[in-house]
Design a protein around this ligand. Sequence first.
Ligand SMILES: C[S@@+](CC[C@H](N)C(=O)[O-])C[C@H]1O[C@@H](n2cnc3c(N)ncnc32)[C@H](O)[C@@H]1O
Ligand SMILES: [Zn+2]
Length: 395
Amino acid sequence: MSPSYPVETVTEGKATLLVPRLDPDAEEHIQQQRSQAPVFYNTVMKTNRDTAVLALRAYQRKKSRNVQVCEPMSGSGVRGIRLILEAGEVNDMVLGDLNPSALSLARENAKLNGVSDKIKFRELDANLLMALHSYPFGRFDYIDVDPYGTPTPFYDTAIRATKNHGMIALTATDMPPLCGVNARACIRKYGGRPLQGEFCHETALRLLASSFIRQAAIHEYAATPLFSYYADHYIRVYFRIDKGARRIETQLNQFGFIKYCPSCLHRFPSMENAPERCECGEEMNIGGPLWLGELSDEAFLGYMIEEINEAPHISGTKAESIMKLARGEIGFPVTFYDIDKICKQVSVKSMPTQDAFSAIKTAGFKAVPAHYGTRTLKTDASISDLFQVFNRFKA
Ligand SMILES: C[S@@+](CC[C@H](N)C(=O)[O-])C[C@H]1O[C@@H](n2cnc3c(N)ncnc32)[C@H](O)[C@@H]1O
Ligand SMILES: [Zn+2]
């Protein structure tokens, strides 16, 4: 049955989809139109779905069987349909949504792409749907939690409905609390204090990771971040969950704090949160508790990048560029730097990105571009080392 509201046909990846038609003449109100549309579909989130395709392909490398997948908040069905069309042997999918219009459009879209026989549709609250699958033979290999705002209310059931060694992806779009605009809300939802400042998107990922790792520990699972990134005003982390108290203990040892001086940009990770005065005399801000371990797994992210060969339509996309940059960041200290912030701090004129990299490397430090922004970098140099390097650019 055709929807009762205006729709248009779009293609994304290998899928052809009916989605609510937004008024192109009111381009400036596109966000508002999207939020008021009868069913949610956001083209900007294609990058998010591209990474899901590659993550599920990478996950399947270690499985020789059909995998079970659940997307409990599926909107138009675009993600689930793309996973069936693009992520290899996915023949067993559950798509849920509370909005009956969303489910009915997802059904239409499944028909349009010839994949209806592989999907079960459930008009249920996401927590109820996942709870119904929390018995041993009902669990999924992969659950993709893609809500409005924070995913924290869905942690518990997502963990219970995922198999041992399975994968869970979480998207969070509530960036103001995670980036410190509303610190109390972040503490309530994620159990840690956020930090405002140039590296807040990395702190946001670490807060999301720590809150999920703690919840997984309650269920005797270690949750390992496989791939984490920030893009387009959201953050996303893919986790693998594995049973085992020893693994969990190792992870809990990697929780701590970040102390940061917004006045001189000095920062360092710390295992305690005692108040501290910076070398410059200012009181340091303290973020956390948060995850201080790696945000991505080298082998898994390597597989994801290799899988682009099997999904060539994702080659050259933003997803590929983020994944390659995130792989380069592995092994570097926590937090990243923004070239323009440092220039401003030492009162030198802004310089080409390449010149900044050459100067840091010539001074004997390692440096790689970070995925958080076009002028962000990770390095083993301290902020005082960077000041010395950048000071050489003074006229
Ligand atoms: C951000 S959209 C999902 C978009 C979709 N995953 C995609 O990739 O296009 C969030 C969806 O969650 C649904 N939703 C919100 N709260 C829900 C709940 N408690 N249970 C189930 N669905 C819910 C909304 O109706 C909406 O379709
Ligand atoms: Zn300072």
